[in-house]
Design a protein around this ligand. Structure first.
Ligand code: GSH
Length: 228
């Protein structure tokens, strides 16, 4: 039985979607990041980066959401493109693009819009610009084909879904109109029963809702430690 360490945030939700899509047996274990569970020694032994998600599958310990998607794809052979150098190259490129571009830039855009104590115009514009640029790259690809890797739904689409559900949080309420093809994919995946079960997982445990001082200290540790 796979142990799945999660919260309702975008990166864990991608993995919840894949677990639900594959039908693998798993035990969801909540990590309440607003209470600081991610910094507990027993969790750091699983993910030294103190973030969710992570999985433990027998003696395999895997952290970082896109690494977990790839691990589960390889383990099951499901939601993966054919194993040719061409398709494997595309798979890795787009998976890394989401991991290193879409996720971090949209995450920072949300941070500076919704959480930063000051509204810093330079930071707001830099991250909004980069988030928008990344979403536009996905949108242009999806204008030409149904899914990120062609005609088949794969782990890359799941990675895209995780963050792109939050386009309005990253860029504002009206922003979906700029990415109709991306919206089509996000809506299609959100309507899948597996996605609905993944999202419902958040309600299985009572995660802390308030963003109070305890949450700030757990998630924004830089506010108490000056390094620059
Ligand atoms: N690269 C990591 C990033 C994980 C990540 O940033 N997780 C967020 C939730 S989406 C988290 O754990 N935040 C809690 C914190 O920063 O303390 C991945 O893709 O899994």
């Amino acid at each position: 039985m796979i142990k799945f360490y999660y919260s309702g945030a975008p990166n864990p939700m991608k993995v919840a979607l894949m677990l639900e899509e594959t039908g693998l047996a798993y035990e969801p274990i909540p990590v309440d990041t607003r209470k600081g569970d991610q910094h507990k020694p027993e969790y750091l032994a699983i993910n030294p980066n103190a973030k969710v998600p992570a999985i433990v599958d027998g003696d395999a310990v895997v952290f970082d959401s896109n690494a977990i998607l790839l691990y589960l794809g390889e383990k099951t052979g499901k939601f993966m493109p054919a194993n040719t150098p061409k398709l494997r190259g595309e798979l890795l490129s787009w998976l890394m693009f989401v991991a290193s571009g879409v996720g971090p830039f949209s995450g920072q855009s949300i941070h500076f819009r919704q959480f930063a104590p000051e509204k810093i115009p330079y930071a707001l514009n830099r991250y909004a610009y980069e988030a928008q640029r990344h979403f536009a790259i996905l949108d242009a690809r999806l204008a030409k084909q149904k899914y990120m890797l062609g005609n088949t739904y794969t782990i890359v689409d799941m990675a895209v879904w995780g963050w792109c559900r939050l386009v309005p949080n990253a860029l504002g309420e009206q922003s979906w109109s700029k990415f109709p093809n991306l919206k089509r994919l996000v809506d299609e995946i959100s309507a899948r029963p597996a996605a609905q079960r993944a999202v419902a997982l958040r309600d299985k445990h009572k995660f802390k809702a308030e963003f109070d001082e305890e949450a700030r200290k757990a998630m924004f540790r830089h506010m108490d430690i000056k390094v620059a």
